[in-house]
Design a protein around this ligand. Sequence first.
Ligand code: GRG
Length: 294
Amino acid sequence: MSDLKDWLKAAQKRVDSELKRQLPRESARPQTIHKAMRYSVFAGGKRLRPILCLAAAEACGGDSEKALLPACAVEVLHTYSLVHDDLPCMDDDDLRRGRPTSHKVFGEGIAVLTGDALLTEAFIMLANTPATKRYNVGDYVKELAETGGSKKLIGGQVLDLEGEGQQLNKQQLIRIHEAKTAALLTSSIRLGAMTANATPAKLEALTTFGYNLGLAFQVIDDILDVTQTTEVLGKTAGKDESVDKSTYPAILGLEKSRKEAARLTKKALGALEPFGKKAARLEQIGRYLLDREY
Ligand code: GRG
């Protein structure tokens, strides 16, 4: 476990220093937007999506260095979604990752533009990612654009908005989590694998892994909302998301939610079998995410 924790810390550090290199400097004009972009990107996130991206490249026998740009791209796209999700017209949250949200610090207009700018930066990073024999920049862009689009992240947010104040059933909840959480985790993993020139069969197996891990992650997140555990991937998670929506524990109860998280994690790990030892990190991360609750 300490070996995993050291590896996670080192991966977080690599991602952070690449993000620092890639994002426009705070001194670049207009300074406000660049300050706001960095404020939200360097706010203490766990870097789960980039870590999965790097580990997936390793699982496919690739050099994780080549996965650093897509790793940063998925993190800045994730940060955009959080900045917009916190806006008064969405969840209207004052705190994110334990700090005042972007619109609280910079105002609503700048927060909207910060999200827009981060989304755009993600695609610049992908455009600069080297092609492999099987995959070109167009493939990377399509992967992330489809996930960020109206059928996945944005579509999930629409379902979430429309379901507000209603008691959703399990199927409706799964549809939201597939779109809001599992899709980006899956694309993070797929992009890492693509930089390692993964075969279509390996990409397919990792899609199964990412989908089930993403759903498990969300079930565990919902459980944590109830049980209030704070230590996750070595970072202290702020208790700053609303809990009054439909969640797994609200629909299934805590015990069944725990069983569901374990079932989904098992299914995710099963998909890693063809990778053998190369997928050790992905496997450890999957187990670690499940264990963070207990
Ligand atoms: C496009 C506005 C817009 C929204 C898209 C992804 C999304 C929908 C909204 C973000 C809010 C949210 C609660 C998403 C569910 C996924 C999730 C558990 C996000 C938190 O991810 P962590 O725990 O956060 O990895 P850190 O802070 O560690 O990066």
